[in-house]
Design a protein around this ligand. Structure first.
Ligand SMILES: Nc1ncnc2c1ncn2[C@@H]1O[C@H](COP(=O)(O)OP(=O)(O)O)[C@@H](O)[C@H]1O
Ligand SMILES: [Mg+2]
Length: 229
């Protein structure tokens, strides 16, 4: 029997007065400008807005891929903005992130890409079973040994989704997950994300340009120039 994928409850997100600035030469660009946002456990929220409005930056901050300059992020009981070291690594492992450009490691097989987030941690005997089960859940049973270059864009995004789930996240962050795919393939990826969200009991926060996608979410948050409008 395959490893069981136990259901968890989605995470609650609380963002308050969040600021992120970027320095570019002697210019300062404000990527996220005093954003305040509450997402209840299990909700699916779309983040929309034009290119350059701060969608990716907001998701990177919540996923602790980038560090905020000011403000506060809490995900469940964790004060994300204050994390460092081991606790930061634990938080990142437990937060799924799906990128527009998949970001698979080209020299690793599909199975090893799914396992990659666990590499800094002591391996558990059932990790490989879990990774195989996840690949099967995303429709890639039998492709464990395939290299990213041998997979279509849609298949690569499926591997990336399995990778995002390997740390048993209660929060899944998806940054324009269909932005690099044709519409039919993208629709399949969205159906998959919705199914996995329900099966795994996750909160889903997704940046998207597509109105039809935002319509399927419980709520839409629109940002312009880093600010919620
Ligand atoms: N690493 C970076 N260095 C400098 N500027 C950045 C960086 N990341 C994002 N920005 C700037 O921050 C703003 C928001 O970018 P981003 O969050 O990528 O927007 P979106 O995802 O909505 O297209 C843009 O003006 C962008 O140029
Ligand atoms: Mg972006």
């Amino acid at each position: 029997m395959s490893a069981s994928l136990e259901t968890t409850r989605g995470a609650t997100i609380r963002v308050a007065d969040l600021v992120k600035r970027f320095r570019s030469g002697d210019e300062t660009i404000v990527g996220v400008d005093r954003v305040t946002l509450d997402v209840p456990a299990g909700a699916t929220v779309a983040v929309t807005g034009p290119s350059g409005s701060g969608k990716s930056t907001l998701l990177h901050l919540i996923g602790a891929i980038e560090r905020a300059d000011a403000g506060r992020i809490e995900v469940d009981e964790v004060a994300v903005t204050g994390l460092s070291g081991r606790r930061l690594a634990d938080y990142r492992r437990g937060t799924g992130f799906v990128f527009q450009r998949f970001h698979l490691l080209p020299a690793l097989s599909a199975l090893d890409n799914v396992l990659a987030p666990l590499l800094p941690f002591r391996p558990r005997p059932d990790d490989v079973d879990r990774a195989r089960t996840l690949l099967s859940e995303v429709g890639l049973a039998g492709r464990e040994r395939a290299m990213p270059g041998q997979l279509s864009g849609g298949q690569q995004q499926r591997v990336a989704i399995a990778r995002a789930l390997v740390g048993r996240p209660r929060l899944l962050l998806a940054d324009e997950p269909t932005g690099n795919l044709d519409s039919a393939t993208g629709a399949g990826i969205i159906d998959l994300l919705w199914r996995l969200r329900d099966e795994h009991g996750m909160t889903l926060l997704m940046a998207t340009h597509e109105a039809s996608l935002a319509d399927r979410c419980d709520r839409t948050v629109e940002i312009h120039d880093g600010r919620i409008v």
